[in-house]
Write a protein that binds this ligand. Sequence first.
Ligand SMILES: *[C@@H]1O[C@H](CO)[C@@H](O)[C@H](O)[C@H]1NC(C)=O
Ligand SMILES: *[C@@H]1O[C@H](CO)[C@@H](O)[C@H](O)[C@H]1NC(C)=O
Ligand SMILES: *[C@@H]1O[C@H](CO)[C@@H](O)[C@H](O)[C@H]1NC(C)=O
Ligand SMILES: *[C@@H]1O[C@H](CO)[C@@H](O)[C@H](O)[C@H]1NC(C)=O
Ligand SMILES: *[C@@H]1O[C@H](CO)[C@@H](O)[C@H](O)[C@H]1NC(C)=O
Length: 436
Amino acid sequence: MKGLGLLPLLVVTCALGAWAPRRVYLREEFEDGDGWKRRWVESKHQPDYGKFQLSAGKFYENEEKDKGLQTSEDAKFYALSTRFKPFSNVNETLVVQFSVKHEQGIDCGGGYVKLFPDTLNQEDMHSDSAYYIMFGPDICGFGNNKVQVILYYQGKYHENNKTIKCRINKDTHLYTLIIRPNATYEVKIDNMQMAAGNLEDDWSFLPPRKIKDPYARKPRKWDERLQIEDPEDKKPEDWEDFEYIPDPEAKKPEDWNEAIDGEWEGPLILNTKYKGQWKPRIIDNPNYQGEWIHPEIDNPKYKPDPTICHYYNISVLGLDLWQVKSGSIFDNFLLTNDEEFAEEVGNKTWGRRKDIEKHWRELFEEMEKRKEEAEAEKKREKEEAREDDFWGIEEEETEEDSDEEPENDGQMQDDDAESVPVRENEKVAVDQKDEL
Ligand SMILES: *[C@@H]1O[C@H](CO)[C@@H](O)[C@H](O)[C@H]1NC(C)=O
Ligand SMILES: *[C@@H]1O[C@H](CO)[C@@H](O)[C@H](O)[C@H]1NC(C)=O
Ligand SMILES: *[C@@H]1O[C@H](CO)[C@@H](O)[C@H](O)[C@H]1NC(C)=O
Ligand SMILES: *[C@@H]1O[C@H](CO)[C@@H](O)[C@H](O)[C@H]1NC(C)=O
Ligand SMILES: *[C@@H]1O[C@H](CO)[C@@H](O)[C@H](O)[C@H]1NC(C)=O
């Protein structure tokens, strides 16, 4: 009988808890060519927002699947957003996930997303439009790279107190924010936990739970001295603490007249037995009480609020960014209530491409390095040859070389067989082409 009585309770618990059905509010992976242009809206709040283009970048695993939204113009603001059916995260886990690749080697710029309420006018979205959540990497200058997790609560935007460093290399990284109904959170990069805890502890939504007792005072006699001078220690009787003493061998001159010259004082000499100033030895303080800790009391201003980060009608995801050097690629946007599913999607998207992409980039960089080294070597050889030329050695062979204008390398090769007048004509032709 008792067991049966528990059954309805169990069902209710499950409905609210971990067994809530999976919901996917947004999944955007840009796999239908220009289709994204129907789903995403460019803001017209400013006339000169930067343009996004679809690109997999220089390195990818699959050129079609790895395409994402890439910022394409330097030193621009960007404002693009997509709408989905409004949902609330009340009593549900919220997972915000996307990947971003700063292929250009970002110096200063945002790599984050914002979640907006359904009241947002997408055509007018701008940096001051009211939002619920801002999440993702933000980089500007040396050492200034963090994952922003800004959460709206009661008319204010609250930044995360715990600093989370973001990735600044040129590969694709997966960013995941999880906010749970029990007011815990987690931030993951590349499916690895970077920060986790209670929302209340790591954002200053509420006044602190405890405060220092304003009536508590440190007792006047509280002994915080770790060591003291030993009160038992006494200066030895024969301790010599005069550095100079009167010279025992000096004698008052015969003709010293105290009435005129004043009292005679002999010269001083260094005391060979001088031991320095006496100090008692230092011992551990037997009365040491430890550092005084200010007692804390419950903060009368603190009131728990179970509705922190309860958002209603979440309906738009936007990229509202400033970038100095463009080239960042955003992909694999996912909003869901299912942490496990998000991890799996992350594995199948970012996880699929990450190694190949990195390997390819490193190979490319290695090749570039070698090419540069080879060119530097060639240049050095050429300069040495030119020096030889200066001293009149091998004049015949290197004459043409030293005449060369470096910026016209290709053209010169053609000219070698021709006479000088033809070269002049060609130059004119090139100039005209430039003007066209
Ligand atoms: C969330 O759960 C609480 C307590 O279980 C319940 O009272 C409330 O109605 C629920 N809210 C929504 C929007 O589901
Ligand atoms: C909050 O919920 C998560 C996932 O359901 C669970 O792992 C965690 O232990 C819970 N934390 C607290 C403080 O209740
Ligand atoms: C967060 O940081 C601010 C400023 O440093 C501080 O006033 C506040 O108490 C901190 N809040 C929490 C929850 O640690
Ligand atoms: C959500 O949107 C619906 C439809 O626009 C509206 O009726 C409702 O009041 C909104 N809820 C909240 C909590 O803003
Ligand atoms: C994602 O990949 C990691 C590493 O291969 C693995 O440990 C984890 O179980 C995977 N997660 C899911 C949900 O597939």
